[in-house]
Design a protein around this ligand. Structure first.
Ligand SMILES: Nc1ncnc2c1ncn2[C@@H]1O[C@H](COP(=O)(O)OP(=O)(O)OP(=O)(O)O)[C@@H](O)[C@H]1O
Ligand SMILES: [Mg+2]
Length: 237
Protein backbone atom coordinates (compact mmCIF):
# COMPACT_ATOMS: atom_id res chain seq x y z
CA UNK A 1 0.00 0.00 0.00
CA UNK A 2 2.67 2.52 0.92
CA UNK A 3 4.53 1.69 -2.27
CA UNK A 4 1.63 2.50 -4.57
CA UNK A 5 0.73 5.42 -6.77
CA UNK A 6 -2.91 5.56 -7.78
CA UNK A 7 -4.39 8.34 -9.88
CA UNK A 8 -8.13 8.44 -10.54
CA UNK A 9 -9.44 11.04 -12.92
CA UNK A 10 -6.97 13.65 -11.73
CA UNK A 11 -6.81 16.81 -13.79
CA UNK A 12 -5.27 20.25 -13.56
CA UNK A 13 -6.48 23.47 -15.11
CA UNK A 14 -4.97 26.91 -14.81
CA UNK A 15 -7.61 29.58 -14.77
CA UNK A 16 -10.69 29.07 -16.86
CA UNK A 17 -9.17 28.35 -20.23
CA UNK A 18 -6.14 26.12 -20.02
CA UNK A 19 -5.96 22.46 -19.01
CA UNK A 20 -2.41 21.25 -18.36
CA UNK A 21 -3.59 17.74 -17.44
CA UNK A 22 -6.87 16.21 -18.60
CA UNK A 23 -8.55 13.56 -16.40
CA UNK A 24 -5.93 10.87 -16.01
CA UNK A 25 -5.82 7.39 -14.51
CA UNK A 26 -2.58 5.73 -13.54
CA UNK A 27 -1.57 2.79 -11.34
CA UNK A 28 2.00 2.18 -10.35
CA UNK A 29 2.95 -0.67 -8.05
CA UNK A 30 5.81 -1.53 -5.70
CA UNK A 31 9.22 -1.74 -7.33
CA UNK A 32 8.09 -0.24 -10.61
CA UNK A 33 10.24 2.33 -12.32
CA UNK A 34 7.97 4.29 -14.63
CA UNK A 35 9.32 6.94 -16.94
CA UNK A 36 7.14 9.84 -18.07
CA UNK A 37 8.04 11.28 -21.45
CA UNK A 38 6.51 13.84 -23.77
CA UNK A 39 7.21 17.15 -25.40
CA UNK A 40 7.89 20.33 -23.53
CA UNK A 41 4.59 21.59 -22.14
CA UNK A 42 2.85 18.19 -22.33
CA UNK A 43 2.16 18.13 -18.58
CA UNK A 44 4.97 15.99 -17.16
CA UNK A 45 5.97 18.32 -14.36
CA UNK A 46 2.31 19.05 -13.68
CA UNK A 47 1.68 15.32 -13.12
CA UNK A 48 4.70 15.02 -10.84
CA UNK A 49 3.65 18.08 -8.84
CA UNK A 50 0.22 16.54 -8.31
CA UNK A 51 1.78 13.25 -7.14
CA UNK A 52 4.03 15.05 -4.66
CA UNK A 53 1.38 17.45 -3.40
CA UNK A 54 3.45 20.44 -4.57
CA UNK A 55 0.34 21.32 -6.54
CA UNK A 56 -3.30 20.33 -6.08
CA UNK A 57 -5.48 18.75 -8.76
CA UNK A 58 -8.52 20.63 -10.04
CA UNK A 59 -10.41 17.34 -9.83
CA UNK A 60 -9.95 13.63 -9.23
CA UNK A 61 -8.19 11.57 -6.57
CA UNK A 62 -4.52 10.88 -6.02
CA UNK A 63 -3.26 8.30 -3.55
CA UNK A 64 0.49 8.05 -3.03
CA UNK A 65 2.25 6.09 -0.31
CA UNK A 66 -1.04 5.35 1.42
CA UNK A 67 -2.37 8.91 1.59
CA UNK A 68 -4.91 10.85 -0.41
CA UNK A 69 -2.47 13.57 -1.43
CA UNK A 70 -5.20 15.73 -2.91
CA UNK A 71 -6.80 16.00 0.55
CA UNK A 72 -3.66 16.74 2.56
CA UNK A 73 -2.98 20.29 3.69
CA UNK A 74 -0.43 22.28 5.62
CA UNK A 75 1.72 20.50 8.15
CA UNK A 76 0.17 17.08 7.44
CA UNK A 77 1.14 17.48 3.79
CA UNK A 78 4.66 18.59 4.69
CA UNK A 79 5.11 15.73 7.13
CA UNK A 80 3.76 13.13 4.68
CA UNK A 81 6.01 14.45 1.92
CA UNK A 82 9.06 14.49 4.15
CA UNK A 83 8.59 10.89 5.23
CA UNK A 84 7.01 9.18 2.24
CA UNK A 85 8.38 10.88 -0.85
CA UNK A 86 11.88 11.44 -2.12
CA UNK A 87 12.09 14.27 -4.63
CA UNK A 88 14.88 14.73 -7.16
CA UNK A 89 15.06 17.69 -9.54
CA UNK A 90 16.96 18.58 -12.69
CA UNK A 91 19.02 21.28 -10.98
CA UNK A 92 19.63 19.28 -7.79
CA UNK A 93 18.46 22.08 -5.50
CA UNK A 94 20.98 21.45 -2.79
CA UNK A 95 21.31 24.28 -0.28
CA UNK A 96 24.54 26.06 -1.22
CA UNK A 97 25.57 27.11 2.27
CA UNK A 98 25.31 23.63 3.78
CA UNK A 99 27.79 20.81 3.24
CA UNK A 100 26.66 17.77 1.31
CA UNK A 101 26.26 15.75 4.53
CA UNK A 102 24.22 18.56 6.09
CA UNK A 103 22.02 18.68 2.99
CA UNK A 104 21.35 14.96 3.37
CA UNK A 105 20.60 15.36 7.08
CA UNK A 106 18.09 18.13 6.47
CA UNK A 107 15.02 15.91 5.81
CA UNK A 108 15.90 13.86 8.91
CA UNK A 109 16.09 17.07 10.94
CA UNK A 110 12.81 18.28 9.48
CA UNK A 111 10.89 15.09 10.21
CA UNK A 112 12.83 13.97 13.30
CA UNK A 113 12.87 10.51 11.80
CA UNK A 114 16.20 9.50 13.31
CA UNK A 115 17.89 10.39 16.57
CA UNK A 116 20.02 13.53 16.31
CA UNK A 117 23.11 11.52 17.16
CA UNK A 118 22.43 9.00 14.37
CA UNK A 119 21.76 11.45 11.55
CA UNK A 120 25.28 12.14 10.37
CA UNK A 121 26.18 8.46 10.28
CA UNK A 122 23.05 7.76 8.27
CA UNK A 123 23.88 10.61 5.87
CA UNK A 124 27.37 9.20 5.40
CA UNK A 125 26.04 5.73 4.68
CA UNK A 126 23.64 7.14 2.08
CA UNK A 127 26.49 9.10 0.49
CA UNK A 128 28.49 5.87 0.48
CA UNK A 129 25.57 4.19 -1.25
CA UNK A 130 25.63 6.75 -4.07
CA UNK A 131 29.42 6.68 -4.25
CA UNK A 132 30.41 10.09 -2.89
CA UNK A 133 31.09 9.51 0.81
CA UNK A 134 34.50 11.15 0.36
CA UNK A 135 32.78 14.42 -0.59
CA UNK A 136 30.57 14.62 2.51
CA UNK A 137 32.08 17.79 3.93
CA UNK A 138 32.29 19.75 0.69
CA UNK A 139 29.93 22.49 -0.29
CA UNK A 140 27.75 21.54 -3.29
CA UNK A 141 29.36 24.12 -5.57
CA UNK A 142 32.70 22.34 -5.19
CA UNK A 143 31.29 19.21 -6.82
CA UNK A 144 30.51 18.19 -10.38
CA UNK A 145 26.94 18.05 -11.65
CA UNK A 146 26.86 14.26 -11.42
CA UNK A 147 28.15 14.35 -7.87
CA UNK A 148 25.58 16.96 -6.91
CA UNK A 149 22.82 14.82 -8.38
CA UNK A 150 24.08 11.83 -6.38
CA UNK A 151 23.99 14.00 -3.27
CA UNK A 152 20.43 15.02 -4.14
CA UNK A 153 19.48 11.34 -4.47
CA UNK A 154 21.06 10.61 -1.09
CA UNK A 155 19.02 13.48 0.34
CA UNK A 156 15.87 12.07 -1.29
CA UNK A 157 16.58 8.76 0.47
CA UNK A 158 17.20 10.38 3.87
CA UNK A 159 13.93 9.23 5.43
CA UNK A 160 13.82 5.91 3.56
CA UNK A 161 10.75 6.87 1.49
CA UNK A 162 8.76 4.17 -0.36
CA UNK A 163 8.20 6.44 -3.36
CA UNK A 164 10.73 8.48 -5.35
CA UNK A 165 9.64 11.18 -7.78
CA UNK A 166 12.23 12.66 -10.13
CA UNK A 167 11.83 15.47 -12.66
CA UNK A 168 14.48 15.19 -15.39
CA UNK A 169 17.16 13.99 -12.98
CA UNK A 170 19.60 13.46 -15.83
CA UNK A 171 18.60 16.56 -17.81
CA UNK A 172 21.68 18.48 -16.73
CA UNK A 173 24.18 15.63 -16.94
CA UNK A 174 26.29 14.22 -19.74
CA UNK A 175 25.33 10.82 -21.12
CA UNK A 176 27.62 8.61 -19.09
CA UNK A 177 27.03 10.48 -15.82
CA UNK A 178 23.31 10.34 -16.56
CA UNK A 179 23.52 6.59 -17.14
CA UNK A 180 25.11 6.14 -13.73
CA UNK A 181 22.30 8.09 -12.14
CA UNK A 182 19.72 5.99 -14.02
CA UNK A 183 21.42 2.80 -12.86
CA UNK A 184 21.19 4.10 -9.34
CA UNK A 185 17.44 4.61 -9.76
CA UNK A 186 17.06 1.14 -11.29
CA UNK A 187 18.81 -0.33 -8.24
CA UNK A 188 16.49 1.56 -5.91
CA UNK A 189 13.46 0.22 -7.79
CA UNK A 190 14.87 -3.31 -7.61
CA UNK A 191 14.83 -2.90 -3.81
CA UNK A 192 11.08 -2.36 -4.00
CA UNK A 193 10.87 1.42 -4.11
CA UNK A 194 8.35 2.88 -6.51
CA UNK A 195 9.84 5.43 -8.87
CA UNK A 196 8.24 7.89 -11.26
CA UNK A 197 10.79 9.67 -13.39
CA UNK A 198 10.15 12.42 -15.91
CA UNK A 199 12.69 12.45 -18.68
CA UNK A 200 13.33 13.98 -22.07
CA UNK A 201 15.50 11.09 -23.09
CA UNK A 202 13.99 8.29 -25.09
CA UNK A 203 16.60 5.64 -24.52
CA UNK A 204 15.94 5.14 -20.83
CA UNK A 205 13.53 2.27 -21.41
CA UNK A 206 16.20 -0.30 -20.59
CA UNK A 207 16.14 1.11 -17.06
CA UNK A 208 12.35 1.29 -16.78
CA UNK A 209 9.50 -1.19 -16.38
CA UNK A 210 7.10 1.05 -18.14
CA UNK A 211 6.88 4.30 -20.02
CA UNK A 212 4.01 6.76 -19.93
CA UNK A 213 3.83 9.21 -22.82
CA UNK A 214 2.04 12.50 -22.29
CA UNK A 215 0.80 14.58 -25.20
CA UNK A 216 -1.10 17.83 -24.63
CA UNK A 217 -2.01 16.83 -21.09
CA UNK A 218 -3.23 13.33 -21.93
CA UNK A 219 -1.62 9.94 -21.64
CA UNK A 220 -1.04 8.97 -25.25
CA UNK A 221 -2.24 5.79 -26.82
CA UNK A 222 0.17 3.23 -28.08
CA UNK A 223 0.12 3.89 -31.81
CA UNK A 224 -1.82 0.73 -32.66
CA UNK A 225 -4.21 0.70 -29.73
CA UNK A 226 -7.28 2.03 -31.47
CA UNK A 227 -9.24 5.15 -30.82
CA UNK A 228 -10.52 4.84 -27.25
CA UNK A 229 -10.10 8.02 -25.30
CA UNK A 230 -8.21 8.61 -22.16
CA UNK A 231 -5.90 6.52 -20.16
CA UNK A 232 -4.01 3.76 -21.91
CA UNK A 233 -0.32 3.51 -21.28
CA UNK A 234 2.51 2.77 -23.60
CA UNK A 235 4.02 -0.39 -22.22
CA UNK A 236 7.68 -1.06 -22.81
CA UNK A 237 9.02 -4.34 -21.53
N1 LIG B 1 1.37 27.96 -12.96
C1 LIG B 1 0.97 27.83 -14.23
N2 LIG B 1 0.07 28.68 -14.76
C2 LIG B 1 -0.35 28.57 -16.04
N3 LIG B 1 0.05 27.58 -16.88
C3 LIG B 1 0.95 26.71 -16.40
C4 LIG B 1 1.46 26.78 -15.07
N4 LIG B 1 2.33 25.75 -14.89
C5 LIG B 1 2.38 25.09 -16.06
N5 LIG B 1 1.56 25.66 -16.97
C6 LIG B 1 1.34 25.19 -18.34
O1 LIG B 1 0.94 23.84 -18.31
C7 LIG B 1 1.51 23.12 -19.39
C8 LIG B 1 2.24 21.91 -18.88
O2 LIG B 1 3.38 22.36 -18.17
P1 LIG B 1 4.43 21.35 -17.55
O3 LIG B 1 5.39 22.17 -16.76
O4 LIG B 1 3.71 20.28 -16.85
O5 LIG B 1 5.11 20.78 -18.86
P2 LIG B 1 6.33 19.75 -18.99
O6 LIG B 1 5.83 18.59 -19.77
O7 LIG B 1 6.92 19.49 -17.67
O8 LIG B 1 7.34 20.59 -19.91
P3 LIG B 1 8.96 20.63 -19.89
O9 LIG B 1 9.40 19.39 -20.63
O10 LIG B 1 9.28 21.88 -20.64
O11 LIG B 1 9.42 20.67 -18.48
C9 LIG B 1 2.39 24.12 -20.16
O12 LIG B 1 1.68 24.58 -21.27
C10 LIG B 1 2.61 25.22 -19.16
O13 LIG B 1 2.81 26.44 -19.81
MG1 LIG C 1 8.79 19.91 -16.82
Amino acid sequence: MIHRVQVRGACKSYGAGFTALHPTDLDIGPGELVTVVGRSGSGKTTLLHLLSGIDRPTGGEITVAGERVDLLRGSRLASWRGRSIGLVFQFFQLLPTLTVAENVMLPMDFCATYKTSDRRARALSLLERVGIADQADKLPQAMSGGEQQRAAIARALANDPPVLLADEPTGNLDRSTGDHVLELFAGLAAEGRTIVMVTHEHDVSRFANRQVTLADGRIAQPRDAGATLGVAETVVR
